[in-house]
Ligand binder design. Sequence first.
Ligand code: PRT
Ligand code: MG
Length: 255
Amino acid sequence: MGGAGGRGPGEGTRAGSGRMNGSMARRRSPAPRRIPPGHPVTLTIALSKGRILDETLPLLATAGIVPSEDPETSRKLILATSRPGVSLMIVRASDVPTYVQWGAADLGVAGKDVLLEHGGHGLYQPVDLGIARCRMSVATKRGYDWAGTVQRGARIRVATKYVEIAREHFAAKGMHVDLIKLYGSMELAPLSGLADAIVDLVSTGNTLKANDLVEVETIMPITARLVVNPAALKLEAVKPLVDALAAAAAQGAAA
Ligand code: PRT
Ligand code: MG
């Protein structure tokens, strides 16, 4: 079993804390690729369009990896790059951990939010890339008595795309909440009466402001992480690539 066999040096950097599908994911982790010594291997990095792509491309460029065509406009989902043996795979943001976990991609870039919701099983997270920075927060309609609600221990409805993060947050606070799963436009939930509060990502705060919502709690800061399949970690070509991306991220952070 590739993923399971990959435990060891990277153990401390594994995502999550054993929630959700843990044993299942471990049992079914893919076998390591058997590549004869000296045989050229193509490493695939899974990325999502939008923010992650915009902020990852400069890091990749610093590491000497430039896609053969513009991934934002190309209809191709697998793109060659200027670095021999490295290709990019364009997937939905929330699918990145799945592609990497199952070995369909060797590496990937995903937000901490996505990794926590996925559970992070079968993934190493060797580098915090420090990009796509935002925070996970609780927000309510302006004027809603959040402090009073918390103090009274009232049972409330919370709408979110991030049910695992929300569940853990409110459980830790000892609050009773009914979680309502949404797939987008969370801001509408308090406005329409669907929920008392939302848990969502906040960056500039403009979206909340435009919808007359206020941030009442910050749950955690969020950045995008490099994730690696444990079996891929054993491939000779992976370490230099991880090191190059870590160096590019450090350079980005210092700039
Ligand atoms: O859209 P899709 O469902 O395919 O995937 P996705 O929404 O997860 O992808 P994308 O590209 O929107 O986000 C990718 C990753 O970027 C997320 O997983 C986060 O880790 C990170 N990120 C950083 C953000 C934001 N900042 C962010 N502000 N993701 C989403 N937002 C949204 C937020 O949900 C809210 O609707 O932007 C809005 C708030 O922004 P401000 O600036 O108005 O506060
Ligand atoms: Mg989006």
